[in-house]
Write a protein that binds this ligand. Sequence first.
Ligand code: ADP
Length: 436
Amino acid sequence: MYYPFSWLRSLGRVAAYFLVVTLLGWYFSELSIAIAIGALLLLAGHYWNIYRLNHWLWQSKKITPPKVNGVWEHIYDGIYTLQRRNRAKRKELGLLVKRFREGSEALPDAAVVVDANAAIIWCNRLARIELGLRWPDDAGRRIYNLVRHPQFIEFYHKKDYEKPIEVPSPVNDQRILEYRIMPYGDQHLLLLIRDVTKLTQIEKMRKDFVANVSHELRTPLTVINGYLETLPGATNIPEAFLAKAFKEMRSQSTRMQCLIEELLVLSRIEASNERTTENIVDVPQILNTIKIEADTLNSAKQHTISMDVDPNLQVYGVETELRSAFSNLLFNAIHYTQEQGKIHVQWKLVDGQATYLVTDNGYGIEAKHLGRLTERFYRVDKARSRKTGGSGLGLSIVKHVLNHHNSRLRIKSKVGEGSEFSFAFSHELSIKQTKV
Ligand code: ADP
């Protein structure tokens, strides 16, 4: 039980002790020796308690103090109470730090805390992944010695943290990270880092797209404008020139029209939320119509176009979209095959999946282009594509249509030998039935 320390009581105890010693000394007629022995014993008792205290503080694993009496009991109790208070505070602080860490681990961003000297105090798991920091090895190291991009170092030292910066990741320079710095507390800084690769890619795609569309529209407009500027004032224009001018203007305006129509198709497909599982598309019938259009397109080149179509194979899907995908592949084969080539179209069940294949023995495509063919406006041979009236959007449309139908375009090609473009529909979308 705790009772307050009292000097009087303590002095009383010492006085009582020496009274007994004096009485003993007087009884044995050795007063001074008795007092000396008594003082030595008292001193030894204190040393013994100092030794025990030392042992308890530094060596013993026991939390509770040893049993003692007198003034030492107060000292032990005092230390014990302080220790208990500290332990409770440490526990509370530990819980707080744990909660803060858990919270920042849940952040979608990488977070690093640095002190006034830029030394890393703490970082979360994402920071270790995104910045390649090693923990705890990098604790105390300066952040700008680990993220060494010159733009980041300049940003850090400039101390103008209003706007974030975008810098390639120190781990993978293909990825772009956005760094935000927020000063807080005692000259500490919180760095928040976010992967913005996708956003910058989308922004770049948007810019490229606008640039490409402008470029594609400018070329035919320049041609038409050229004629319109020369024709009105000119006299005695030869009939042949006039015919050529009108033919050219017409072809350029048709080109613009096609381009705009394809752009509209593309944006319609991208925005489409029409369900692909509701309507059955009669593919054999669509292929019949496409074949008639292909024959017209083929009149100049005179390819042999053979069709191997399963008349009972249909699919679930969006008819307008699928018509566009089927025709694009066949028309491309006609465009990119030298005269009198061979084109083979197949619509059949392969491993239970309705499959469309267009094979030609045309120019073929170098392997390095294959991965990029479905990008908007990507053409292998610009001059050849323009001659065919191609906008560079055809395969991009096919890709979007197939995405919408959970399918993927497969391309096999060899330069000088020909190409095979194909895609397959899942079992769920393929319908094989006998017509009655
Ligand atoms: P385009 O409107 O130019 O035809 P596409 O997106 O349809 O655009 O095709 C992209 C490019 O892919 C074409 O410019 C062409 O170089 C190449 N390509 C497409 N189909 C074939 C094919 N069957 N044979 C060879 N090259 C092809």
